[in-house]
Design a protein. Structure first.
Lengths: 113, 112
Protein backbone atom coordinates (compact mmCIF):
# COMPACT_ATOMS: atom_id res chain seq x y z
CA UNK A 1 0.00 0.00 0.00
CA UNK A 2 1.07 3.56 -0.57
CA UNK A 3 2.10 5.75 2.35
CA UNK A 4 2.35 9.49 2.63
CA UNK A 5 4.61 11.14 5.16
CA UNK A 6 4.44 14.84 5.90
CA UNK A 7 7.10 16.90 7.58
CA UNK A 8 7.29 18.68 9.82
CA UNK A 9 4.32 17.56 11.91
CA UNK A 10 4.01 21.05 13.34
CA UNK A 11 5.54 24.37 12.56
CA UNK A 12 5.54 27.70 14.39
CA UNK A 13 6.77 30.73 12.47
CA UNK A 14 6.85 34.46 12.94
CA UNK A 15 4.59 36.46 10.66
CA UNK A 16 6.43 37.45 7.52
CA UNK A 17 8.69 34.40 7.44
CA UNK A 18 8.81 31.88 4.62
CA UNK A 19 8.17 28.20 5.25
CA UNK A 20 8.10 24.85 3.47
CA UNK A 21 6.06 21.73 4.13
CA UNK A 22 7.04 18.42 2.55
CA UNK A 23 5.03 15.40 1.50
CA UNK A 24 6.87 12.19 0.59
CA UNK A 25 5.33 9.13 -0.96
CA UNK A 26 6.53 5.54 -0.84
CA UNK A 27 5.32 5.11 -4.44
CA UNK A 28 5.00 7.23 -7.55
CA UNK A 29 2.38 9.91 -7.23
CA UNK A 30 -0.17 10.15 -10.02
CA UNK A 31 -2.20 12.94 -8.53
CA UNK A 32 -1.18 14.97 -5.50
CA UNK A 33 -3.57 17.31 -3.77
CA UNK A 34 -2.91 19.96 -1.16
CA UNK A 35 -5.66 21.03 1.22
CA UNK A 36 -5.85 23.39 4.14
CA UNK A 37 -8.06 22.75 7.14
CA UNK A 38 -8.84 25.29 9.82
CA UNK A 39 -9.67 23.94 13.24
CA UNK A 40 -13.20 22.62 13.34
CA UNK A 41 -13.84 23.27 9.67
CA UNK A 42 -13.76 21.51 6.35
CA UNK A 43 -10.99 21.09 3.80
CA UNK A 44 -10.16 23.92 1.46
CA UNK A 45 -8.66 22.84 -1.85
CA UNK A 46 -5.36 24.55 -2.60
CA UNK A 47 -3.75 22.85 -5.59
CA UNK A 48 -3.50 19.64 -7.56
CA UNK A 49 -0.30 18.45 -9.23
CA UNK A 50 0.02 15.63 -11.70
CA UNK A 51 3.12 16.01 -13.85
CA UNK A 52 6.73 15.51 -12.79
CA UNK A 53 8.37 18.87 -12.25
CA UNK A 54 5.04 20.65 -12.16
CA UNK A 55 4.76 23.82 -10.12
CA UNK A 56 1.65 25.84 -9.33
CA UNK A 57 1.16 29.05 -7.40
CA UNK A 58 -1.79 30.79 -5.88
CA UNK A 59 -1.28 34.07 -4.08
CA UNK A 60 1.63 33.41 -1.70
CA UNK A 61 1.49 29.63 -1.85
CA UNK A 62 3.55 27.55 -4.28
CA UNK A 63 3.37 23.78 -4.64
CA UNK A 64 5.84 21.61 -6.55
CA UNK A 65 6.00 17.97 -7.56
CA UNK A 66 9.46 16.56 -8.14
CA UNK A 67 10.54 14.93 -11.40
CA UNK A 68 10.35 11.46 -9.91
CA UNK A 69 6.83 12.21 -8.66
CA UNK A 70 7.49 10.94 -5.17
CA UNK A 71 7.82 14.18 -3.28
CA UNK A 72 5.86 17.38 -3.17
CA UNK A 73 6.55 20.59 -1.31
CA UNK A 74 4.31 23.46 -0.32
CA UNK A 75 6.01 26.80 0.14
CA UNK A 76 4.45 29.86 1.75
CA UNK A 77 6.09 33.21 1.23
CA UNK A 78 5.78 36.00 3.81
CA UNK A 79 3.43 34.05 6.05
CA UNK A 80 0.40 35.71 7.63
CA UNK A 81 -1.84 34.69 10.53
CA UNK A 82 -4.48 33.76 7.94
CA UNK A 83 -2.18 30.97 6.75
CA UNK A 84 -2.49 29.17 10.09
CA UNK A 85 -4.16 25.78 10.01
CA UNK A 86 -3.50 22.16 9.16
CA UNK A 87 -2.05 21.42 5.74
CA UNK A 88 -2.83 18.03 4.28
CA UNK A 89 -1.40 16.34 1.24
CA UNK A 90 -3.52 13.69 -0.42
CA UNK A 91 -2.59 11.17 -3.08
CA UNK A 92 -4.95 9.84 -5.69
CA UNK A 93 -4.87 6.09 -5.31
CA UNK A 94 -6.69 5.36 -8.57
CA UNK A 95 -3.54 4.35 -10.40
CA UNK A 96 -2.56 1.88 -7.68
CA UNK A 97 -5.96 0.27 -7.45
CA UNK A 98 -7.21 2.20 -4.46
CA UNK A 99 -10.54 3.85 -5.02
CA UNK A 100 -9.98 6.95 -2.99
CA UNK A 101 -7.79 9.86 -2.00
CA UNK A 102 -5.61 9.02 0.99
CA UNK A 103 -3.92 11.51 3.19
CA UNK A 104 -0.74 12.24 5.02
CA UNK A 105 -0.81 12.93 8.73
CA UNK A 106 -0.91 16.69 8.26
CA UNK A 107 1.25 19.64 9.25
CA UNK A 108 -0.09 22.05 11.85
CA UNK A 109 1.04 25.60 11.07
CA UNK A 110 0.96 28.39 13.64
CA UNK A 111 1.83 31.93 12.58
CA UNK A 112 2.72 34.30 15.39
CA UNK A 113 1.77 37.94 14.71
CA UNK B 1 -22.71 25.82 -7.66
CA UNK B 2 -23.34 25.22 -3.98
CA UNK B 3 -20.42 22.82 -3.55
CA UNK B 4 -20.65 19.66 -1.47
CA UNK B 5 -23.36 20.08 1.14
CA UNK B 6 -23.31 18.15 4.37
CA UNK B 7 -25.88 18.23 7.13
CA UNK B 8 -26.23 18.53 9.92
CA UNK B 9 -23.05 20.44 10.79
CA UNK B 10 -23.23 19.25 14.37
CA UNK B 11 -25.00 16.19 15.72
CA UNK B 12 -25.29 15.05 19.32
CA UNK B 13 -26.46 11.54 20.07
CA UNK B 14 -26.74 9.50 23.23
CA UNK B 15 -25.04 6.14 23.36
CA UNK B 16 -27.18 3.53 21.63
CA UNK B 17 -28.99 5.96 19.33
CA UNK B 18 -28.69 6.12 15.57
CA UNK B 19 -26.84 8.84 13.68
CA UNK B 20 -27.69 9.76 10.08
CA UNK B 21 -25.31 11.99 8.17
CA UNK B 22 -26.22 13.41 4.79
CA UNK B 23 -24.12 14.49 1.85
CA UNK B 24 -25.22 16.10 -1.40
CA UNK B 25 -22.42 16.07 -3.98
CA UNK B 26 -21.61 18.88 -6.34
CA UNK B 27 -23.83 19.17 -9.37
CA UNK B 28 -22.64 16.81 -12.06
CA UNK B 29 -20.61 14.65 -9.64
CA UNK B 30 -21.69 11.04 -9.24
CA UNK B 31 -18.84 9.77 -7.06
CA UNK B 32 -19.10 10.21 -3.29
CA UNK B 33 -16.51 9.42 -0.65
CA UNK B 34 -16.88 9.40 3.13
CA UNK B 35 -13.98 10.05 5.48
CA UNK B 36 -13.68 10.09 9.25
CA UNK B 37 -11.38 12.33 11.23
CA UNK B 38 -10.90 11.35 14.85
CA UNK B 39 -9.73 14.04 17.27
CA UNK B 40 -6.10 14.94 16.64
CA UNK B 41 -5.83 12.37 13.84
CA UNK B 42 -5.75 12.43 10.06
CA UNK B 43 -8.50 11.75 7.58
CA UNK B 44 -9.28 8.08 7.07
CA UNK B 45 -11.17 6.75 4.08
CA UNK B 46 -14.37 4.89 4.88
CA UNK B 47 -16.40 4.21 1.75
CA UNK B 48 -16.72 5.14 -1.92
CA UNK B 49 -20.09 5.12 -3.64
CA UNK B 50 -21.52 5.83 -7.04
CA UNK B 51 -25.22 6.18 -7.64
CA UNK B 52 -26.95 3.13 -6.14
CA UNK B 53 -23.67 1.22 -5.81
CA UNK B 54 -21.04 0.76 -3.14
CA UNK B 55 -17.72 0.59 -4.97
CA UNK B 56 -15.28 0.29 -2.09
CA UNK B 57 -16.14 -0.06 1.59
CA UNK B 58 -12.74 -1.26 2.74
CA UNK B 59 -12.50 1.50 5.34
CA UNK B 60 -15.89 0.94 6.94
CA UNK B 61 -16.11 -0.70 10.36
CA UNK B 62 -17.67 -4.12 9.96
CA UNK B 63 -20.57 -3.49 12.29
CA UNK B 64 -23.05 -0.67 12.88
CA UNK B 65 -21.90 1.45 9.93
CA UNK B 66 -23.61 1.54 6.55
CA UNK B 67 -23.75 3.92 3.59
CA UNK B 68 -25.98 4.44 0.62
CA UNK B 69 -26.24 6.75 -2.36
CA UNK B 70 -29.72 6.35 -3.82
CA UNK B 71 -30.76 7.26 -7.32
CA UNK B 72 -32.54 10.30 -5.95
CA UNK B 73 -31.41 12.27 -2.95
CA UNK B 74 -28.25 12.63 -0.91
CA UNK B 75 -25.77 10.01 0.19
CA UNK B 76 -26.40 8.80 3.74
CA UNK B 77 -23.87 7.53 6.25
CA UNK B 78 -25.71 5.67 8.98
CA UNK B 79 -24.27 4.69 12.33
CA UNK B 80 -26.40 2.43 14.48
CA UNK B 81 -26.11 2.11 18.26
CA UNK B 82 -23.49 4.82 18.52
CA UNK B 83 -20.71 4.58 21.09
CA UNK B 84 -18.40 7.27 22.47
CA UNK B 85 -15.63 6.16 20.12
CA UNK B 86 -17.77 7.18 17.15
CA UNK B 87 -17.37 10.83 18.13
CA UNK B 88 -15.50 12.40 15.22
CA UNK B 89 -15.80 14.69 12.24
CA UNK B 90 -17.24 12.96 9.20
CA UNK B 91 -16.42 14.45 5.82
CA UNK B 92 -17.90 13.77 2.47
CA UNK B 93 -16.18 14.45 -0.84
CA UNK B 94 -17.43 14.25 -4.40
CA UNK B 95 -15.29 13.68 -7.45
CA UNK B 96 -15.27 14.53 -11.11
CA UNK B 97 -12.13 14.21 -13.19
CA UNK B 98 -11.58 17.86 -14.14
CA UNK B 99 -12.55 19.15 -10.69
CA UNK B 100 -10.73 16.60 -8.58
CA UNK B 101 -12.03 15.94 -5.08
CA UNK B 102 -14.19 18.57 -3.40
CA UNK B 103 -14.94 18.26 0.30
CA UNK B 104 -17.93 19.36 2.33
CA UNK B 105 -17.68 21.19 5.65
CA UNK B 106 -18.22 18.02 7.61
CA UNK B 107 -20.57 16.77 10.30
CA UNK B 108 -19.24 16.77 13.82
CA UNK B 109 -20.76 13.89 15.74
CA UNK B 110 -20.63 13.93 19.51
CA UNK B 111 -21.80 10.88 21.43
CA UNK B 112 -22.72 11.57 25.04
Amino acid sequence: SQELEQSPQSLIVQEGKNLTINCTSSKTLYGLYWYKQKYGEGLIFLMMLQKGGEEKSHEKITAKLDEKKQQSSLHITASQPSHAGIYLCGADGAQTGANNLFFGTGTRLTVIP
Amino acid sequence: NAGVMQNPRHLVRRRGQEARLRCSPMKGHSHVYWYRQLPEEGLKFMVYLQKENIIDESGMPKERFSAEFPKEGPSILRIQQVVRGDSAAYFCASYRGPDGYTFGSGTRLTVV
